[in-house]
Design a protein around this ligand. Structure first.
Ligand code: NCD
Length: 357
């Protein structure tokens, strides 16, 4: 399967190529990624209204299932679901039955018994959202909010939306991802998205100890020297040192890392003057980025956070339509509001529970 040729049997797609779950960017076409970005664009306006709500997910229940800590991702998923008018349940895993030894499958069965329609899942184990998507009742959508080192597809898509807003498109762009690529699910999803959307060049800039083996096979070039890697850049994406996932000493010291790979004004000056600075957060000032850069005129870090709501609204509403029993639902972008609500009116009780055909 190639990036532009999504298999109709792929777990996260319906037979006619609509999103049913959102687990990974692997196997998703440029058209589908563009559809997500365009749908998100139409939701940005909702966030600027006094009453920030549309009725797309009215009466649906979304469960935020975060087995790992999160601030931005969890709160923007919650806001996105609420702006779509869903009922939202935030399950605090530290006080849930999972911490009393209940298995993941049993926790899910219980949540399904409460007629949940969508699970947003973050887990330290790569593949946990896939596992859930394989076993969940048909019609329940699973959205990956970050699994282990594997993927963080909504983060990558909000980053793509931010790049498109500031650069007008992807063609010809030179983009670098700097720092702890080894432990980063964000970097893996970003490299995928940037390649599918057709940028000119994706670079990773890091010490060898913070790069996965065969990183080039993901679709990027490698630079160990930051001054060299920063040349002619249009976009620089900084990553946090993910100490919680590090086994053993991979770095001499944080100070040494900052000296070599931290983004300060001098290193940023080596890129194009209009190069934008991105970071998925949380940022560590003085470890991977200088405050003057994080808060400076080229930084779009807070735009990324705002865009997270629109992207998550887009993905959730698309997956809800894709999990309808009739897989050939109308294309979302063309007539999103109308097609969705008329479907609900026609078959209210069948919409979410009948097994997929
Ligand atoms: C990232 C994550 O959790 O993978 N953050 C995020 O989702 N905003 C990156 C990180 O933790 O450094």
């Amino acid at each position: 399967m190639t990036a532009n040729d999504p298999s109709p049997h792929h777990l996260q797609l319906t037979r006619d190529g609509q999103l049913r779950h959102f687990l990974t960017l692997d196997g998703l076409s440029r058209d589908l990624l563009t559809d997500i970005l365009d749908t998100a664009d139409s939701f940005i306006e909702v966030g600027e209204r006094t009453i920030k709500k549309v009725p797309l997910l009215r009466g649906r229940t979304v469960v935020n299932l975060f087995f790992e800590s999160s601030t931005r991702t969890r709160s923007t998923f919650e806001l996105a679901a609420k702006r779509l008018s869903a009922d939202v349940l935030n399950l605090d895993i530290s006080t849930s039955a999972t911490s009393k030894g209940e298995s993941l499958s049993d926790t899910l069965l219980n949540l399904e018994a409460m007629a949940s329609d969508m699970f947003v899942v973050r887990h330290s184990q790569s593949g946990a959202p896939h596992f859930i998507a394989e076993s969940v009742t048909p019609g329940v959508a699973i959205i990956n909010a970050g699994d282990g080192r594997h993927a963080h597809p909504t983060q990558a898509m909000l980053d793509m939306l931010t790049i498109r807003q500031h650069k007008g498109g992807f063609e010809g762009l030179k983009v670098a991802i700097v720092g702890d690529v080894l432990h980063s699910r964000v970097a893996r999803s970003q490299i995928r998205a940037l390649n599918v959307l057709g940028v000119a060049e994706v670079r990773v800039i890091a010490p060898g100890t913070l790069l996965p083996k065969d990183v080039e096979s993901l679709g990027c070039t490698v630079h160990y020297d930051m001054a060299e890697g920063m040349k002619d850049l249009d976009v620089v994406i900084m990553l946090r040192l993910q100490n919680e996932r590090m086994e053993g000493a991979l770095l001499p010291s944080e100070r040494e890392f900052y000296r070599l790979y931290g983004l300060n004004r001098d290193k940023l000056a080596l890129a194009h003057p209009d190069c934008i600075v991105m970071h998925p957060g949380p940022i560590n000032r003085g470890v991977e980025i200088e405050s003057a850069v994080a808060d400076g005129p080229q930084s779009v870090i807070l735009n990324q956070v705002t865009n997270g709501i629109a992207i998550r609204m887009a993905v959730m509403s698309m997956a809800m339509v894709g999990s309808l029993p009739n897989a050939s639902a109308p294309r979302l972008r063309e007539d999103r509001y109308e097609s969705f609500s008329s479907r609900q009116r026609r078959k209210p009780q069948d919409c979410w529970r009948a097994p997929a055909g």
